[in-house]
Design a protein. Structure first.
Length: 101
């Protein structure tokens, strides 16, 4: 214990030392992570045979759940673009069980 009038030792490892330039990159990284997760979910649901409207509704519900009471990291237009890309011409139809032969 410290005697009256003495300062307690401070430990430098108890104080966060954050690089300001790194901290500025975090919002973009976070948004990219959310976007990537939505792309993967959309692809999975499409492969499982869900329709475009069902996938869009499911992703919107997931975003609503994840960001309840706060602004989401992904705008509605971006969510629509993710679904459109997944169901676009590049991915004609989901493969049947066993894959293409």
């Amino acid at each position: 214990m410290a005697a009256a009038g003495e300062d307690l030792m401070s430990f430098d490892w108890m104080l966060p030392k954050r690089n300001a330039s790194y901290a500025k990159t975090l919002p973009a990284k976070r948004e990219a992570m959310y976007r990537g997760e939505l792309v993967e979910r959309a692809a999975l649901l499409h492969r499982l045979g869900h329709g475009k409207a069902a996938v869009r509704a499911r992703l919107a519900a997931n975003v609503g759940w994840d960001f309840e009471g706060a602004a989401g990291a992904i705008a509605v237009g971006e969510l629509d673009a993710i679904v459109e890309r997944e169901f676009g011409a590049a991915r004609a139809t989901p493969r049947n069980k066993g894959g293409a032969r």
